[in-house]
Design a protein around this ligand. Structure first.
Ligand SMILES: Nc1ncnc2c1ncn2[C@@H]1O[C@H](COP(=O)(O)OP(=O)(O)OP(=O)(O)O)[C@@H](O)[C@H]1O
Ligand SMILES: [Mg+2]
Length: 1051
């Protein structure tokens, strides 16, 4: 028997060296790769189990926080820094080099199932990579934890993993190098030593790594978030400025320093003196060149400026040489710069004046300039790196993405300012996303799948996010309001406003609002937020200034004149003319975070939760209190409870069946029935116990990873036996084939024919299969058509929609009167209604566009006629199709004397009428003429009566089909002989014209039965209307005028 050696490697995984031929030594173990890198998971698991559990889900007492922490401690002691909670990786910062990041380690995790190997950051990286490749969905890895917990290190390890394990061509190699090189440059400019972390990220970073269809990294893109610019000019005690300054001064070559006019010692510089720990100089300049950011001395420009920044700052600048250097580096005129640093431009009575600054003001002007230049050049640097990482190959536009988020961790200092407020707000948002995507969505998934489930309570920090960001009522809105309002706004009025507005919020306290105990530990200038991760007191000093982030106008004017080619890209001339106030820093940050959340939500997330073991950055120290606090606020116990109460693994039925169908004779090679039944048959055959799994609506849920491991093992064994069978079959077949085909050439032609027929038959079969599939999908869709959209009916619903839209395109109504419209399917009812309205609007619009002015005039008159007579007068419908004419009597039809009497008065309309005498009702032919001011009744050459429109009291007409109408005039008007009874053959047209000319649209009375009118001197006449067979107008025996009108329309 051979000796079996077992060796413990740093991850705690057992490696079993294989036998000579790579065979297994124990029935329970398997050796996967011949280099002995991968080992049998079951045995490894057992060994690892001795050092706690590698997945908290397997923890016996999973509700106990003490057991959770004990497991972390046990593993930490053995240098096992990684543990899972399901698919979430918990990582404890070891503060020492563990040698678990070698190429061999990378190989072990490459292409291996998540649960098969011991927990590692590489397993998360590999899992995301494989999901991206197999499922084609963009991924993101969210790394969270407080400052110093190891986020940036984790993100670097992931990047290295991809750079080394992904396939690469020569061109891809350059991209890989650049991706890796971007890190030290950004860290040099964006990281600094703080009390919490010697290499603390002072900016947020989201990096997309783009992969082509072969899975090779081909490009990248970085988004940076709010750099802590204030660090350039001020650092807390024991902290340092950004690394780059020290790297340059302590490690820069002599020649370079001389050119920049810099001294070797940081003590020379006010901005740098706070903390002097020697830095290791990484030669950024070379990296910058490798990234193709810049090739001239401009590359050093941004940092050299600030080394000078600290040297001047009194109201008058004493050192000429230094201002000269500064001006040269900034590419501006020295005296203009001096003036801008010591004066402020004010506008008094429309005139621009330069007012001198005192020492304090000059210092803050200098600081503002330093911050602005550093902040803007940092963004410029990120843009340049992005340009160098951009994926430029146009032929393959499509790529998949893995996003890496490494953003500043939650932090609490003795003094916390605006920056900590933003950083901690950002962490609240990320925690909110974690809740949304894990705790909440996991529970929602069980509900959706119909799995019985005992909900787990967790603290939802949305209430704190709202407190900070809510519109109008949130802290950021209040801060903005104070920044923008006129008057004496200050940090303290901001604090007062906060107390007034959010004073009652359960997560907000100030000195004034606090109880006695809290008051003792709070300053009067502070407000406290009860974050999900703990309480933080923020000092309001500087909040308004930092939020405004303004640079004096004259300093801006100097900077836009700069001839330095980097600065011209940073300070845009248009900024000066832009009157709109830029968004405040907090609002910009809020918006960029909202965008980040959108990006992250659109991707499949993986989580790394980093824990910091102690505050003293020491290896091997496990501070239980500190760790318990982090376990609590990271929500790890809730995460575990949800995971444990739930299921470690879930897959859609079709995916599960596809993968494991070969393990059961009933499902192999294909299962014909319902997917759920197939899965049920399969797991029963595999011997799953009822408590090990649940079948949902579309997915199978497996409770323990071990069940899945066993299934994977079975699959692995099955693959081997299938491969052996295939090999044997193929060997036999190929030998027979070689004999029959190639040894007997006469049969070759038959063989070719047979092949070809085979190919044709295969093609036909495939077409048939496709057709059958389509029909099946169609029928299924039809059955499910009234259900919510689901995989069974989506094809059918899409088809119905598509065909409705195509049908609509062919059958759109032809004109506005065409009211036909195809019947839409239920899902498109609303859209169809919108389309119908749009179509109608469109037709109306194009119809209106074509109308001539004359036609428009006609239509307007017809509209008025319709308003007056539609459904009111019997002969109205007959008038509709007849066009109104401009006049029924031309110049030659009217007596010249009448025309002469009208003089300059313009005639608008004339029509022959019959006038009935007031007494005997004798009919007399007359002409009715309408001018701008009056209606005139003319007989031959005489103007018989003129009725000024002003005197026209009203017009009466019957509801029948006759043409009689009465013009009423005031009875006391001596000029008039009483109301006038007229009859027109075009009564609708005539009355419409009178109504328009006299503006009496509202004075037309339509009467039924009879009309009374005055005859003069208070006497009254009556016209009686009755329906009959033909028109008759005559004086009746009772002295009334009797009108019989034929019935034209039955109303
Ligand atoms: N996996 C690791 N192995 C060894 N040392 C580590 C590891 N992770 C972190 N460290 C150590 O901890 C330090 C802090 O880690 P890191 O800079 O990643 O913290 P961070 O979470 O990014 O903090 P911040 O939010 O302040 O940026 C590192 O400089 C390194 O010394
Ligand atoms: Mg960091």
């Amino acid at each position: 028997m051979m000796e079996l050696k077992i060796q413990l490697i740093p991850t705690g995984e057992i490696i079993l060296p294989p036998g000579k031929n790579g065979e297994n030594f124990c029935h329970n173990c398997k050796v996967v790769a011949s280099d002995g890198v991968r080992a049998m998971m079951e045995s490894a698991l057992t060994a690892r189990d001795r050092v706690g559990v590698q997945d908290f889900v397997l923890l016996e007492n999973y509700t106990s926080e003490a057991a959770f922490i004990e497991n972390l401690r046990k593993r930490f002691k053995e240098n096992l820094i990684y543990t899972y909670i399901g698919s979430v990786l918990v990582s404890v910062n070891p503060y020492k080099d563990l040698e678990i990041y070698t190429k061999n380690h990378m190989e072990r995790y490459r292409g291996v199932n998540f649960y098969e190997v011991s927990p590692h950051i590489y397993a998360v990286a590999d899992n995301s990579y494989r999901s991206m490749r197999t499922e084609g969905k963009d991924q993101c890895i969210l790394i969270s934890g407080e400052s110093g917990a190891g986020k940036t290190e984790a993100s670097k390890k992931i990047l290295q993993y991809y750079a080394i394990t992904c396939p690469a061509s020569e061109q891809v190699q350059t991209v890989k190098d650049r991706l890796l090189q971007s890190n030290p440059v950004l860290e040099a400019f964006g990281n600094a030593k703080t009390l919490r972390n010697d290499n603390s990220s002072r900016f947020g970073k989201y990096m997309d790594i783009q992969f082509d269809f072969k899975g090779a990294p081909v490009g990248g893109h970085i988004i940076n978030y709010l750099l802590e610019k204030s660090r350039v000019v001020h650092q807390n005690h024991g902290e340092r400025n950004f690394h780059i300054f020290y790297q340059l001064i302590e490690g820069g070559e002599e020649d370079l320093l001389r050119r920049l006019g810099l001294e070797r010692s940081p003590l020379q510089y006010q901005y740098l003196v706070k903390c002097l720990i020697r830095s290791v100089f990484i030669n950024c300049i070379y990296v910058i060149k490798a990234l193709r950011i810049s090739d001239s001395h401009n590359s050093y420009f941004p940092f050299s400026v600030f080394c000078y920044g600290g040297e001047e700052g009194s109201a008058c600048i004493t050192s000429d040489t230094q201002i000269k250097y500064l001006a040269r580096l900034l590419g501006v005129n020295g005296s203009v710069l001096t003036e801008a640093l010591t004066h402020k431009k004010i506008i008094a009575k429309g005139e621009e004046l330069m007012s001198p600054l005192n020492l304090e003001q000059a210092s803050s002007a200098r600081d503002a300039l330093s911050k602005a230049v550093y902040g803007r050049t940092f963004t410029w640097l990120v843009n340049k790196i992005n340009a160098s990482l951009a994926y430029t190959d146009d032929s393959h536009k499509h790529y998949s993405v893995i996003g890496l988020l490494d953003i500043y961790g939650f932090e609490v200092f003795q003094h916390n300012s605006f920056e900590q407020f933003c950083i901690n707000y950002c962490n609240e948002k990320l925690q909110q996303l974690f809740i949304e995507l894990t705790l909440k969505s996991e529970q929602e998934e069980y509900e959706a799948e119909g799995i019985t489930w005992e909900p787990v309570q967790y603290f939802n920090n949305k209430i704190i996010c709202d407190l900070v960001e809510e519109k109008f009522k949130g802290i950021i809105s209040i801060l903005d309001e104070e920044c923008l309002r006129p008057g004496d706004a200050s940090d303290f009025t901001f604090l007062e406003k906060l107390e007034d507005t959010v004073g009652g919020h359960p997560h907000f306290v100030t000195h004034k609002l606090a109880d006695g105990k809290t008051r003792k530990v709070m300053g009067r200038e502070e407000f406290r937020l009860l974050h999900y991760a703990g309480e933080v007191n923020y000092n309001v000093n500087g909040f308004l200034d930092k939020n405004n982030d303004l640079l004096f106008r004259n300093l801006k004017e100097v900077m836009v004149m700069s001839e330095n080619n980097i600065l011209t890209q940073c300070f845009d001339r248009e900024e000066l003319s832009d009157k709109k106030r830029p968004d405040t820093a907090a609002t910009q940050f809020k918006a960029s975070l909202a965008k980040l959340m959108e990006i992250l939500m659109s991707k499949e997330p993986s989580y790394v939760r980093c824990i910091k073991p102690n505050d003293s950055k020491q290896a091997g120290r496990f501070d239980e209190v500190l760790i318990r606090h982090q376990v609590k606020y990271l929500g790890l116990m809730e995460n575990l409870r949800v995971r444990r109460a739930g299921f470690a693994y879930r897959r859609r039925y079709e995916v599960f069946l596809q993968r494991y169908k070969s393990l059961c004779p009933d499902t192999w090679p294909n299962w014909q029935g319902k997917l759920a039944d197939g899965v049920s048959t399969l797991v029963k055959h595999l011997g799953y116990k009822p408590e090990e799994y649940k079948l949902g609506r579309s997915k199978i849920f497996i409770r323990f990873p071990k069940t899945l491991f066993a299934t994977e093992d079975a699959l692995e064994t099955r693959k081997h036996s299938l491969a052996t069978k295939l090999q044997a079959g193929w060997k036999g077949y190929s030998q027979k084939y070689v004999l029959s085909v190639f040894c007997l050439p006469s049969l070759a032609a038959i063989a070719v024919q047979a092949w070809w027929r085979g190919i044709l038959a295969k093609r036909r079969a495939q077409r048939r299969r496709q057709a059958a599939n389509t029909i099946r999908r169609f029928v299924k869709g039809f059955i499910y058509r009234h259900k919510e959209r689901c995989p069974e009916n989506e094809y059918f619903l899409d088809y119905v929609r598509y065909s409705f839209l195509m049908n609509l395109r062919r059958n759109l109504p032809k004109n506005v009167l065409d009211k036909s419209w195809p019947t839409p399917p239920a899902a498109l009812k609303e859209a169809s209604e919108h389309l119908r309205k749009l179509c109608m609007q469109n037709m109306v619009w194009s119809y209106c566009k074509k109308i001539s002015p004359e036609w428009k005039h006609q239509m307007e008159q017809k509209m008025i006629a319709s308003e007056l007579f539609k459904d009111k007068k019997d002969n109205y419908p007959q008038s509709v199709p007849k066009l109104f004419v401009s006049t029924r009597l031309n110049g030659e039809d009217i007596n010249p004397k009448v025309l002469q009497a009208l003089g300059s008065e313009k005639m608008k309309y004339a029509v022959p009428v019959t006038k009935y005498d007031r007494k005997g009702y004798k009919p007399r032919p007359r002409q009715l003429l309408l001018t701008g001011s009056s209606a005139i009744i003319a007989e031959e050459g005489k103007l018989k009566q003129r009725i000024d429109y002003g005197a026209l009291k009203g017009i009466s007409v019957s509801s029948l089909s006759d043409g009689l109408f009465v013009l009423h005039v005031p009875s006391d008007d001596n000029k008039q002989k009483g109301d006038v009874v007229l009859q027109s053959d075009h009564v609708i047209e005539t009355l419409t014209k009178i109504a328009i000319c006299a503006e009496k649209i509202n004075n037309i009375n339509i009467n039924q039965g009879s009309i009374k009118f005055t005859v003069g001197q208070g006497k009254e006449g009556i016209i009686d209307f009755t329906p009959g067979s033909e028109l008759l107008v005559a004086k009746a025996k009772n002295g009334h005028l009797s009108v019989t009108a034929p019935r034209l329309n039955s109303r």
